[in-house]
Design a protein. Structure first.
Length: 386
């Protein structure tokens, strides 16, 4: 953290605001939680660097994976050896972002068989009566409990980090598509025609000493297409159906068969498991339920059907399956290393170009990995959690 007063950065939200810059020390492409956090941490560590944050949509982008991320911090998701990073992320979420509601909420990870650390589900339900009607203890008799799990909104984190970065001097360019080029980026400023088509209004060539590619699932593709650099990273399309069964501030999180029931907005958001990376060129398709087309993709539909006996509300009209894909929120999710269980990563692609990916474990480790990359660019060796 740097002291003193810093002049706020500039914001270009639409093409009516003239953009005449041609060089920055650092350009961060992507204003999801990973990109905005990296920009904020870097400006704090190296306030002398001129930094531009570029986003294809708004802040935060309502079509990105950040908005639809679970927002569940739990020690059960922390890989061995990364506990101190995860604890630092939790402390930062509780302490550093005043507009982010970070709420401790117990998580019950339900199992059909007994394992290490498991306790009888029936015993736990005496302490969590709000969960009693959501599951069948006979089908899921064993539970691993994380009493210190918590929920928050990753979109709020992205907004807080983005606004914080601007306050400490970062510039922000919205509604702009960035293409990676040798030594910088090409910026296509986007506008909407009177027929609702998104078109390029003007193009700028920008030099940059360092480019951070924080474009989520689009990042590896951009690196391969624009720079010809092969990466081993993948992506998957994840939807978040809605379960209109009543929840409250006291309702715990439930996780069974990889499916997470997250209490939200008086009901539940369903976060399905990711079984594998989607092949290149994949287009999400819906499934069928008793002969009726539904908007939930086939893999997710099969998961829900498999769990209907153990989680009875899934077999009722409370489950929103939609009639088209547009009815069920979904987004492409980055898979670091091409696998679903890999923590967030940053990777040097070429001289001056770094790839920053969140992925399925970004809720618990994303801020730490963004901070680590910012420190590397700033030339700072100390990590705040060490």
């Amino acid at each position: 953290m740097t002291g003193g007063t810093q002049e706020a950065g500039r914001v270009w939200a639409h093409v009516g605001q003239a953009f005449a810059e041609w060089e920055y020390d650092v350009v961060v492409v992507g204003a999801g939680r990973m990109g905005t956090a990296c920009a904020l941490f870097l400006r704090r560590l190296a306030p002398g660097l001129r930094l531009l944050l570029v986003e294809r949509g708004g802040l935060p982008n309502e079509e990105g994976a950040t908005i639809l991320a679970p927002g569940v911090w739990t020690a059960l998701d922390v890989p061995p050896g990364r506990e101190r990073e995860a604890a630092w992320v939790r402390a930062a979420l509780e302490r550093d972002f005043g507009d982010v509601t970070f709420q401790t909420r117990a998580l019950l990870e339900l199992h059909a068989g007994e394992g290490e650390g498991h306790v009888p589900t029936a015993d736990l339900l005496a302490h969590f009566p709000e969960a009693a009607g959501l599951l069948d203890p006979a089908a899921l008799p064993w539970t691993r409990l994380d009493g210190e799990a918590a929920t928050y909104r990753p979109g709020a984190v992205a907004l807080a980090c983005g606004q914080g970065a601007v306050r400490v001097g970062a510039d922000l360019l919205l509604n702009t598509h960035a293409h990676l080029t040798p030594g910088g980026v090409r910026l296509d400023r986007l506008t909407v025609t009177n027929t609702h088509q998104i078109v390029t209004h003007e193009t700028h060539e920008l030099r940059a000493g360092v480019v951070v590619v924080a474009m989520g699932a689009d990042g590896p593709h951009a690196a391969e297409h624009d720079l010809g650099v092969h990466t081993a990273h993948g992506r998957a399309y994840r939807q978040t159906p809605r379960l209109n069964t009543a929840s409250s501030d006291r309702t715990p999180l439930l996780r069974a068969g990889g499916l997470t029931l997250r209490p939200q907005h008086g009901g539940f958001t369903l976060i399905p498991p990711i079984h594998h990376r989607d092949p290149h060129g994949y287009l999400p398709g819906g499934g069928r339920l008793t002969g009726v087309p539904v908007g939930v993709r086939r893999e997710t539909l099969e998961d829900l059907i498999r769990l209907m006996d153990a989680l009875p509300p899934l077999a009722t009209e409370a489950l929103e399956v939609g009639h088209s894909l547009a009815d069920v929120p979904g987004a492409w999710l980055a898979l670091p290393g091409g696998r679903t269980e890999t923590p967030p990563v940053h990777q040097r692609l070429t001289d001056g170009v770094h790839l920053l990916l969140g992925g399925p474990l970004a809720d618990t480790l994303g801020l730490a990995v963004a901070s680590d990359l910012a420190a590397q660019i700033a030339g700072v060796r100390e990590r705040p959690w060490e």
